[in-house]
Write a protein that binds this ligand. Sequence first.
Ligand SMILES: Cc1cc2nc3c(=O)[nH]c(=O)nc-3n(C[C@H](O)[C@H](O)[C@H](O)COP(=O)(O)OP(=O)(O)OC[C@H]3O[C@@H](n4cnc5c(N)ncnc54)[C@H](O)[C@@H]3O)c2cc1C
Ligand code: FES
Ligand code: FES
Length: 1335
Amino acid sequence: MSTGKEGHILCFFINGKKVTENHADPETTLLSFLRGKLRLTGTKYGCGGGGCGACTVMVSCYQPATKSIIHYSANACLLPLCQLHGAAVTTVEGIGSTKTRIHPVQERIAKAHGSQCGFCTPGMVMSMYTLLRNKPQPTMEDITQALAGNLCRCTGYRPIVDGCRTFCQEANCCQANGGGNCCLNGEEAPDESELRKPQLFDKEGFLPLDPTQDLIFPPELILMAERSNPQTLTFFGERMNWVSPASLEELVQLKTSNPQAPLVMGNTNIGPDIKFKGILHPLIISPTRVMELFEVTQTPQGVWVGAGCSLSELLSLLEKLVPQFPEEKTELFRALIQQLGNLGSQQIRNVASLGGNIMSVHPNSDLNPVLAAGSCKVSVVSKAGGRREVPLNQDFFVSFGKTILKPEEIVVSVFIPFSRKGEFVRAFRQAPRKESSFATVTTGMRVFFSEGSRVVQDVGLYYGGMGPTTVSAAKTCAAIITRPWDDETLSRAYDILLDELVLPPSAPGGKVDFRRSLTLSFLFKFNLEVLQKLREMNVITDELPEKMQIQPLPREIQPSLQEFQHVSEGQSDQDPVGRPIMHRSAISQATGEAVYCDDIPRTDGELFLALVTSSRAHAKITGLDTSEALRLPGVVDVITAKDIPGKKVRTMFGYNEELLAESEVSCIGQMLCAVVADTRAHAKRGAAAVKISYEDLPDLVFTAEEAIEKSSFYEPRRVIERGNVTEAFETVDRLYEGEIRIGGQEHFYMETQSMLVVPVGEEREFNVYVSTQWPTLTQDVVAETLDTPSNRVTCHVKRIGGAFGGKVTKTTILASITSVAAWKTNRAVRCILERGEDMLISGARHPILGKYKVGFMNDGRIVAADIQYYANAGHTVDESLLVAEKILLHIDNAYNIPNLRGRSAACRTNLPSNTAFRGFGVPQSITVVENMINDVAVVLGRPVDQIREINMYKGLAVTHYKFEFSPENLLRCWEECKVKSDYSARRRAADQFNQQHRWKKRGMSIIPIKYGIAFSEGFLNQAAALVHIYKDGSVLVAHGGTEMGQGIHTKMQQVASRELHIPSSKIYISETGTNTVPNTCPSAASYGTDANGMAVKNACQTLYQRLEPIRQKNPKGSWESWVEAAFFEKISLSATGFYRGPDLHMDWDKMEGQPFSYFTFGVCCCEVELDCLTGDYRTVRTDIVVDIGRSVNPSVDIGQIEGAFTQGLGLFTLEELKFSPSGLLYTRGPSQYKIPAVCDMPLRFNVYLLSDSHNPHAIYSSKGIGEPILCLGSSVFFAIKDAVAAARSESGLVGPFSLDSPATPERACLACASPFTQKIPASKPGSFKPWALNI
Ligand SMILES: Cc1cc2nc3c(=O)[nH]c(=O)nc-3n(C[C@H](O)[C@H](O)[C@H](O)COP(=O)(O)OP(=O)(O)OC[C@H]3O[C@@H](n4cnc5c(N)ncnc54)[C@H](O)[C@@H]3O)c2cc1C
Ligand code: FES
Ligand code: FES
């Protein structure tokens, strides 16, 4: 929007084309410009805060000083448009397209099966592309670094890394070996049978990397950059102005006149503040063109680095300097290199500046503690004070966000000194996730000894994460200085440090005991390293026993194995069933051409909808004032419950849920009303201006315990029992009672909830474009909300950017509200949730409290178990009752427990309503059971795998709901997994490792899963399809399943290809639409392929039979000739197909039934290495054997297995939803909520599909696989628990112990009970209000 003021013309290039903006708005980011203005929608929005990498682009700039061009990856969501003057931006569309030529990176990620839903793919492609621009033959380390800031929720990363690995020089050797046995590892070349094994992809045909195909840097920009006399640039926006001075004098002048205006460099601190905290800066000063801020000067004492240098530039500078100097001079440089390598992601480091990091004064800054410990200083300038040097010491960091500098002072450069002989500097950090995560605690430590002595001359210890800003442990330093560095000094130092760095028990950020123990652990680690140095310098002679040494955790990703069966010998080459066919949209996803909901072009007059949600957990609404919102520019209307023409509530299981709350709210995040405006920004501002007044209501219920106390449940609560548990308890050798809490899990689909409702303009007809797993439910709910018949509402789902259960019910409510806005305004309305809103509103996986009592014999047989589950359902029932039922149907997992009782309750609480999530309660269910079995083993002092084996189903088995099945393939998976993983030998090796290491432990576990497939509500087991053959022979298939990355369209294409006997290339699937296939069931319960595959098969068989007479007349004719002939003979070339699935049922009164069609079996063995001092761990190896019958598409199925496992790994070891004591979700973005990233991949990740397995219950003898393997993520949890047990035994602690899920570094470290954690005095429960609820 023009402001009337004339600013400069912004000039830059995108994909080789010049862009000039006459009225660049400083509030516009590159991402919104690309997507909104240029319609380059390949660059995706995933979080808006630099935390997910979906928006990655490459920025190229010309540097006149060196006459060179630099390329770097950056997050478009944080790049202010105005910052780009003179730059060239390359987006995914700029490197390749299906219209011209795809780029090798796009090809290889796609063909290696690295794109499932595809929403992360353009970002992955651009990170990798930028790496290749800078280094055409990268190492694996380069690749994992480049991808560290790109999140993928679908694949588990292995296929992406494998696709990228093909660019590595080192990888080219071992690829042909099928991985695993790389000749570079010194292992033998594979035998012929290995070479004959089918491969997931063939790299031989890949396009070569050809740098001549890259866009050249625009010469015009070189001229622009070299032009002398650069002028000040000014841009004026609606609410914000932007000035970019061209000289230091001008910058000083500007800052003097506007001391409160921020200096925006990388915008990685200011940007998120503006976006997420709503901070408005009327003026931004952008000093990126002030040369002095980028100068680097070396002196005999160290190096002055310009404050404007990016952290990546600083890193490569230091890496360049280190080899040039003796080791003793570069202690500080190396400590900084280590910290920089782990700070943020590459995209962040490429733009974030050194001065910005210091001046952001983030309490968890990784650099500040090291810079301070290393006696660095800054050179600052201001008009009044001129130039001065200020030491970066404890006085510099004043308080949260504040330094000692005056507001008008500008940091010009930072001095990083050389270290002296006898001086050691180290940095340590521990973060919730190994990479791309702010640290929980971070530290810089320095000690200086006089020559040849262990007496400390000087010492500096600084910590981040221990208060509102970087803090110095000055008292501890005082206790160390002038003393010899020995046990006595150190042991005093620990005690003083403990007293000095105290956190109140309710400190913001929580994890108080962990943070305090980390301060000690880091000092201890520092001590070990210093002792080693003193030993090397012959100052001390006593050797540190090997057991006490600490080596870093392993991190090298090894090639892995994916084994599957060849198709049978007689199968025609044209028949794609059973072959590893690439996801049919993978290439379009990799080129950014694939269209997701928010990529649909805007229609004329389209409006944007933003929601207003409750800020109270339980309150009466006493007022809703929309007047101010309605006065704001662009705001068109506010939609409240009163505007809903039809049904205002959605009823599930007898409970009503209001679409928009009218009189009362029952959780923070409940939707109250919605603002529609001409732009997204205006709608958001409008929503912020709606004023709601509340009157709080009593009786808040948040936790399972509170629900139990207040009997706050959704009914019915279910019980199932076989045998007689109570009596059996009387007969057993031993009884044990335990409990485990399993936290919830955010879906974190990369594409947030998205929908666009377009009124057709007549007879109340609407087109709803929506990202949902259940188009029919959306259609039904929208229709009843608008009080119109379903035949006027058509839902279209082209593809979904990840769903995982979160886009079934929740989407329908959002779509209904959006449709009311479209109906009322008679204009198209789009609603795309921001990541934070999505996380707040749309619910998660149910947190579970599991309690059990188990009776067993001394020989390991479990005779009886009584298990009680409490699922935290939240403020509406949603699908919680079904989740609670499915939990009970899996309490046997793989075990035959003759007397087994399960009870489950869905707790009604004042938290957002939880919903379906891949596995639907089963992962939580079996983890409680496996924990119980673990306890039995520990009580008996037996290996837990033996207890599992003893109790496993054998022979003809009957479940606790009287369902007969054969566990043969379960047992085959178990045996095969033990063999493939070399379980026994590695178990012994792990035990030996544990004896040899005090501070690191290895843990192993092997876990089975028996997972019931299909819907227990029998009516949902149905599907339909519609297949058209057009006169040119091309075929259009429509079916009821939605494509959300699981590859259902690819599989349906394979089915149609087999049944019609034509190549897949003739078959197309456009979308899932309620106008082509009505009354569909959700794509869920791992049943999509089973049901829709049969329907497509049915339709195709009908058509094939219809063509039979034509074929007989002309057996040698082509497909096209038959189709043409059929048309002229008036044979219908369109057919519907239908599949009536099994009539499954469960009778809860009789406690019996057939709730599943069959079982998918799997077994997973994991090994981890744990750092007991920090809780950091690495999954060293994972082997999974899965029985999925005859896979329809092994690449798609292995993708599901790896992706689900990784999501399970996240659930059980990483992902934590944190709520405030008043019920507000704190974790509302990737900065606070960590899903697995590349760094979490098992270093060796092998998947084997069980051979020679058949399944008579599903298409082509296959089995459903979407969900089951998520449960096996728990094997990482149990491997960690195993490692923790080994650590505890060092502290003399034996017997069962409690470890809740997720086993985060915090929980693992505290459970290890090291001498340091034991020093932390426990806070008295009840004496304080914890920072977060324990739900
Ligand atoms: C996703 C993400 C992950 C991150 N992870 C980490 C991490 O793991 N560890 C870590 O330490 N940090 C991390 N950060 C923080 C990041 O390092 C800082 O935000 C960054 O260094 C700030 O630099 P900037 O150039 O982007 O600052 P800007 O946002 O541009 O500015 C920040 C502040 O610094 C001031 N400023 C900038 N330059 C100067 C100057 N020369 N003189 C005076 N004042 C100045 C500005 O006025 C402003 O107030 C992360 C940030 C993000 C978004
Ligand atoms: S959208 Fe930019 S990093 Fe997530
Ligand atoms: S393919 Fe990576 S998020 Fe879906």
